[in-house]
Design a binder for this molecule. Sequence first.
Ligand code: AMP
Ligand code: GLY
Length: 441
Amino acid sequence: MGGYLQKVNVLLIGSGGREHAIAHALSKSKSLGGLHCARGNGGISELAKCHDVSETDFDGLLKICEENSISLVVVGPETPLVEGIVDFFRSNDIRCFGPKKDAAILEGSKDFAKRFMKKHNIPTARSESFKELKLAIEFVRLKSWARVIKASGLAAGKGVIVCDTKKEAIAALEKIMDRKIFGAAGDCVVIEERLEGQEASILAFTDGTAIVPMIPSQDHKRAFDDDKGLNTGGMGAYAPTPFVDKVTEDLILNDILLPTMIGLSEDGIDYVGVLYAGLMLTKDGPKVIEFNCRFGDPETQAVLPLLESDLLEIMLACTEKRLDQIDIRWKRGFAATVVAASGGYPEKYEVGKNILIEPAQGTIVFHSGTEKKDETLLTSGGRVLSVTALGDTLHESIDKAYNGLSMISFEGMHHRKDIGRKALSELKEKTSASPDEIQHL
Ligand code: AMP
Ligand code: GLY
């Protein structure tokens, strides 16, 4: 592993629970000098100096770098990546952990991602893209499998409508293409086959020549228990997920991650950073639902606390194309993360509510939508906090996380009560499996 004589000053971009978890992992690094964040939140401000500069104000961010001798910029959210923040910093001779604009398009355009997957034979749902409503409706009428309607552009994780019937699919097309409920993100739609199975999130580090998956996790996208209600950014996660066993793990690496990396390279795209493959584990093997060009939220809050290796060393190795020289190790055991959201989220919600947190032993509270005003912690977003706990068993990690959550309160708070429940049933069925078999990629 490379050593750094000089400590590295880092600017982290973003303000959610994901960035808090990244800041938490970076702050343990022996190579870290100063940690800065733009804009950060109430929790990140305990670990980093926060600057009130927007994630897309590239000139403002550059000024922070110049004034604080920043030598690595770590980008959390997708919007600045898709807008070319990495290209901007590289042209100003500042290294950046994250993909350039031509690589981030894998998340920025679902239409591009589908064409890429078709070209490189990466397993995914059947699909067709449309820019004209009339043709899209005709297609849904003709094809009985065409039941998932997606805005091609960025829509904060909410641009997908999964339908049961032809009628619903046509209504979804009208909402996206005619009424523009997702704005310009819906100028082009991808119509997909509906896949069935368990979902898994595979986040992987890549330097463009090597790709190393992190432990597999599972998100809970719907707002309410038993996967009811609207899609959210994610209401909880746990890792590693037992739904990804050794055989599946090999399929994911050989049929999805490696062909993606090789395909990107063949197409002249140099991808550095985190590649996130959202998968459906179907009876015909894992298939890609979506690619993201960054860490997931809340998956990161479950995955990174299990990372034993030095995150900053890994990120530096990615930017120097020597990921293959790094030994990435994971702690044994499991992590569970439960999100506490504002009343009404993912629809309309109020902010500015007082947050009370009693410390619970063995838990980490990551902040998402919080802000500190005169030493008082207030809610400032839809997803407010996430509580993570580690355990030797998944059961233990879930119990501890819920215990931590019970020590938190704010007016209107809501959370899911079934994070990891499907995995616990799966583990019960797999009692004959050895812990190693279900543990690590
Ligand atoms: P995405 O924003 O693409 O991750 O989609 C949001 C959610 O919609 C996913 O987590 C899945 O639960 C669901 N979804 C997306 N694509 C499909 C599909 N082709 N079949 C079934 N469910 C899907
Ligand atoms: N948890 C889903 C995402 O980060 O896109």
